[in-house]
Design a binder for this molecule. Structure first.
Ligand code: DOR
Ligand code: ZN
Length: 345
């Protein structure tokens, strides 16, 4: 029985760090285990220009605990006013590693996102030319489309048309939640990647809704049926290079989660690696964990893999804090609903 594994230090290819007090409270959880992360730009106001991204990057670096080595990989929030020249300059200087597409109204702080996809065409074409990836929140927002169908409909109505009209554009389907997305990713060439979160590998929609509503399991895209969770597990543990970890760890204070209209997001940064080791072991795929957390993402983004390693050891159940404290109140850590036996040394 394997009781210890050593991996290249992992990266998180989709992370929300927020700003100010929250940033200072949650950044150590990621920086402890991860070398780099793609930083989501959905602040209020959003990170839309290269100057915004440079300022945010500096705030993240100043919030790092002493001695920790962590590289934030910055992104710009795509709006209908985005200037392709500003994007290209931010890419050329090494400041940004991706641009993020939020359909307007799809999720937290997405009001400045895109409603008319034709208006961002010049930016997408420029990105295809310079090889800058587009990270996509893949859900339509039409009120007549059932929330559980919004990802599948987005693939047909928005993503596939963008792929066809912008050949060469590198696209990351972020936080995929359906077998439709897994199948679509598998049908495409190496210019398409897909991230999978930790929580979507372990919860389905029953976890949110059966036996009482569980706001801490509510995120977007919302978790789907069990058959979709199993498709995600199959994809993550397959070893296929197109699938890699993007935790979408998205902290909100409990006060903001436990409301009549509560925020979407699961805060998984503190226990993600333990949960993943447990899940991959359960599926007999511990040998595929390093690809998912540490190799496939850098390959897609054209970055070197990390030189350092981390070791996970299996033993007695691991304890982790149920909350991270912030000056604005506690943030509940994601509860996978089962014991964790893999500890990051
Ligand atoms: O659950 C989510 N939370 N999904 C998103 O797309 C955004 C995120 C957040 O920023 O809270
Ligand atoms: Zn996200």
């Amino acid at each position: 029985m394997t009781s210890q594994i050593t991996l290249r230090r992992p990266d998180d290819w989709h992370l929300h760090l927020r700003d100010g007090n929250m940033l200072r409270a949650v950044l150590p959880s990621t920086a402890t285990h991860f070398a780099r992360a793609i930083i989501m730009p959905n602040l209020v106001p959003p990170v839309v220009t290269s100057a915004d991204a440079a300022g945010y990057r500096d705030r993240i670096l100043s919030a790092l605990p002493e001695g920790s080595i962590f590289e934030p990989l910055m992104t710009l929030y795509l709006t209908e006013q985005t200037d392709p020249d500003d994007v290209a300059a931010a890419h050329a200087s090494g400041l940004i590693k991706a641009v993020k597409l939020y359909p307007a109204g799809a999720t937290t702080n997405s009001a400045s996102g895109v409603s008319h996809f034709d208006s961002v065409r010049p930016t997408l074409e420029r990105m295809a030319e310079i090889g800058l990836p587009l990270c996509v929140h893949g859900e339509v927002t039409d009120s007549d489309i059932d929330i559980f169908d919004r990802e599948a409909v987005f693939i047909d109505r928005v993503l596939d048309p963008i792929r066809r009209t912008t050949p060469g554009l590198r696209v990351v389907m972020e936080h995929i939640t359906t077998s439709n997305a897994v199948d679509y990713a598998r049908s495409q060439d190496e210019t398409l990647g897909a991230t999978i979160t930790t929580h979507h590998l372990v919860i389905n929609r029953n976890h949110i809704l059966a036996g009482g509503i569980k706001p801490h399991y509510y995120c977007l895209p919302v978790a789907k049926r069990e058959e979709h969770r199993l498709a995600l597990r199959d994809a993550a543990t397959s070893g296929e290079a197109r699938f890699f970890l993007g935790t979408d760890s998205a902290p909100h204070t409990d006060a903001n989660k436990l409301l009549p209209c509560g925020c979407a997001g699961c805060f998984t940064a503190p226990n993600t690696m333990s949960i993943l080791a447990q899940a991959f072991e359960e599926d007999g795929a511990l040998d595929k964990l390093e690809g998912f957390t540490s190799l496939n993402g850098p390959a897609f983004y054209g970055l070197p893999v990390n030189k350092e390693t981390i070791t996970l050891t299996k033993g007695d159940p691991v304890t982790y804090p149920s909350h991270v404290e912030t000056p604005d109140g506690p943030v509940t850590v994601f509860d996978p609903g089962f014991d964790l036996n893999w500890r990051v040394e």
